[in-house]
Write a protein that binds this ligand. Structure first.
Ligand SMILES: [Zn+2]
Length: 445
């Protein structure tokens, strides 16, 4: 497998990425935001007359699918899945214009440069190349650019999987969260996501008794109870789950042997987190626990009224095997006697954790490609602790992997700091490597 990339294709990937960043398809969670129809227009330009199907469950929230038929009907079909939306920015915190798409010192700047317009643009260029070059691929490749990934996918990938499954049916899915270098004790490893946590949002409503704010003595104030509820949730430490993903990760970590031993010891793991760098510790905790984060509180109505109801929205991320009943049992355990003052209802988003086996021909190709680009590296199946559109395909039994190919300039720490962070940017070499990756994978199947 060669490590050559094609400068002409890379140049076009850069231009497409810049155009999509400048469209600022910011998804703030409301149905009217995003307006990915603008990035679909960019894709239509790139695909230049190739047949495409479009989906638009609500106005402006458009997705696009194109298919390049392979020459061999017995070869597998691979779906390249890229989202078209981005998350909001804190503009004042950026060194450069987050929607400028400027190319500065070999890096393209802007929201979406690593999540994941970089990959979506490289997929579009690769698919157009496969469709228009002299030699048709043996395997069929589908490219799906989707709206709404950043708000859970109900107006994008999830909608399409539910309403147009035959269009997107395939043998493999490749999407974001992979091909990322991690430098550790045994040298460099490259991680590809084969699993992700589930989402089990909950809304707690804390009840109290209304009264006059001028006489708080002995009051049953829902806000005061809610504060205690939040304290208990924060202090709650369920037993860790030490999965095969976790053990492989620890084996690779660049930390002293004693700390490694503690990280796979359920009795010592919480103390061990404190010894890790903060970013590593956050991932380590999330990778081994179903997490509960109280993120939105609404309560009280008027300055002189003691509140009788407070809502607390919990972002709960579940490990494999943890369903709704287990989540509610955890909350009950965490709250103790306060459970009597609280009602619990499921939030808007709920999906099970998902995983794909790594013993497939496609994962093998990913491994070989990663080792060609980064010689001497180990390739690790990896669990992402956030959610991606891969979940909708894994639910249908389709092996789905986080992929892409990042240069040594974007190790995992850097990747994670830019992901939904300030000063998001990507080096042109990573764009070249990702564009080439899709070509090599399709040709290798
Ligand atoms: Zn993303």
């Amino acid at each position: 497998m060669s490590t050559e990339t094609d400068p002409a294709l890379t140049g076009r990937t850069v231009e497409v990425l810049q155009a999509m960043i400048r469209n600022a398809c910011v998804n703030d969670g409301t149905a009217a935001s995003g307006q990915e129809v603008r990035n679909v227009a960019v894709l239509e330009d790139v695909l230049d007359g190739l047949d495409a199907v479009q989906y638009e469950p609500v106005p402006g929230r458009r997705s696009l699918l194109t298919t390049v038929e392979g020459t061999d009907p017995s070869a597998p079909t691979v779906l390249l899945l890229g989202h078209l939306d981005v998350v909001p920015v804190s503009r004042d915190e950026w060194r450069e214009d987050p929607f400028g798409g400027d190319l500065i010192d070999g890096e393209v700047w802007g929201r979406g440069a690593v999540d994941m317009l970089n990959l979506t643009s490289s997929m579009a260029i690769a698919v157009h190349h496969l469709a228009t070059r002299a030699r048709r691929p043996r395997a069929t490749v589908k490219f799906l650019g989707v709206a709404d990934e950043e708000a859970g996918g109900s107006l994008g990938a999830e909608w399409i999987v539910e309403h147009a499954w035959p269009d997107v049916a395939c043998d493999y899915v490749l999407t974001e969260s992979g091909g990322i270098p991690v430098d550790g004790a045994q040298g460099r490893a490259i991680v590809f996501a084969t699993a992700e946590k589930g989402i089990g949002w909950r809304r707690l409503t804390v009840k109290g008794t209304p009264g006059h704010g001028s006489m708080p003595y002995g009051a049953d104030n829902a806000l005061v109870t809610a504060a205690e509820v939040i304290q208990r949730l924060t202090a709650y430490e369920p037993a860790p789950t030490l999965s095969a993903h976790w053990r492989a990760w620890v084996a690779h970590l660049d930390v002293p042997p004693e700390l490694k031993a503690a990280l796979v010891d359920p009795g010592r793991i919480h103390e061990a987190f404190a010894e890790l760098p903060p970013r590593t510790a956050r991932y380590a905790h999330a990778c081994t626990h179903t997490t509960i984060s109280p993120n939105v509180v609404q309560g009280g109505s008027k300055m002189n009224v003691i509140p009788d109801a407070v809502h607390i929205d919990l972002d709960i991320r579940t490990l494999p095997g943890v369903g709704g009943a287990e989540v509610d049992a955890m909350l009950t355990e965490a709250l103790g006697d306060l459970i009597a003052s609280v009602t619990i209802v499921p939030g808007e988003v709920s999906r099970a954790a998902s995983a794909s086996a790594a013993d497939t021909p496609l994962f093998d190709l990913l491994r070989r490609r990663a080792q060609a680009v980064h010689p001497g590296t180990e390739v690790l199946p990896w669990m992402t602790v956030g959610g991606t559109d891969a979940a909708f395909f894994r639910r249908r039994g389709i092996p789905s992997y986080g992929a892409g190919m990042y240069s040594a300039a974007v190790p995992l720490e850097t990747f994670q700091s830019r992901y939904h962070g300030h000063d998001e940017r990507i080096d042109v070499e990573s764009l070249a490597l990702s564009t080439q990756l899709w070509l090599d994978l399709v040709d290798g199947l």
